[in-house]
Design a binder for this molecule. Structure first.
Ligand code: SF4
Ligand code: SF4
Length: 228
């Protein structure tokens, strides 16, 4: 069963920490996207929320409205949601962001809850399609512990109320391993205690500790030295 609006309100209460108190990452990526942070641009990713989450947001603010497709592909994506518990939405834009009324997806980006092959929740892994766009993905050592802890705790709360979300992310984690195995590349995971690991390709999801010095090499994947 979907989480209720009341449960989303509790989830929001538990998940308020910024990804970093030091860096405003939107200032790092926006110059590459005509001044709009990539994750706040519906052209890059249509925000999807559960109907119960949308009802909560509507009761708190006029920040969000139904998403209007701009082209056929977007119309198809929206049509795919018909009959589901989810709907496509969009906010008024980054200039009008209301911190307390960000969706769970906004709060979590660029991370999703990573499960190992044994279906244990390990921590955070990134949405790989935003590599090269999202500055955080290339600078993950700046992600702060309160964010990590609240990310994990709030998702554990969500999984208790709606086990289907757990299955979704177990599938997403498996796909991530498959994509990187095809690339013959390892990918980083931030564990719930703030430690870093590599998930090795073609290994059944084996994890080995990652040194910060190794993670710094990911910075080279973000375009333009001026944005590092
Ligand atoms: S999370 Fe990533 S895409 Fe979003 S504002 Fe920060 S750097 Fe940009
Ligand atoms: S609510 Fe804020 S963080 Fe979420 S998409 Fe809109 S501007 Fe970005």
């Amino acid at each position: 069963m979907s989480a209720t609006s009341r449960q989303y309100a509790e989830l929001y209460r538990r998940f308020q920490a910024p990804i970093s108190k030091v860096y405003d990452c939107g200032k790092k990526c926006a110059p590459l996207n005509n001044g709009t942070p990539f994750c706040c641009d519906a052209e890059n990713a249509i925000p999807i929320v559960e109907k119960s989450e949308y009802a909560l947001l509507q009761s708190r603010s006029d920040l969000w409205k139904p998403f209007k497709p701009r082209d056929k592909q977007q119309a198809n994506e929206v049509a795919d949601l018909k009959g589901s518990d989810c709907r496509a939405v969009e906010c008024k834009g980054a200039a009008h962001c209301e911190r307390d009324n960000r969706s769970l997806a906004c709060r979590s980006f660029p991370y999703y809850p990573y499960f190992n092959a044994q279906k244990e929740l390990i921590g955070l892994a990134h949405y790989w399609s935003f590599e090269g766009s999202c500055w955080i993905i290339h600078n993950l050592t700046i992600v702060e512990l309160p964010f990590i802890q609240q990310f994990v705790a709030s998702h554990e709360y969500l999984f208790k109320t709606d086990p289907a979300w757990r299955d979704t992310y177990i599938g997403q984690s498996s796909t991530h391993r498959g994509v990187y195995s095809k690339r013959k590349k390892k990918f980083p995971v931030i564990a719930r205690n703030g430690d870093y690991f590599w998930v090795l390709p073609n290994s059944g999801g084996e994890m080995v500790p990652a040194k910060k010095s190794e993670l710094y090499e990911l910075r080279a994947g973000f375009p333009g030295p001026e944005y590092k």
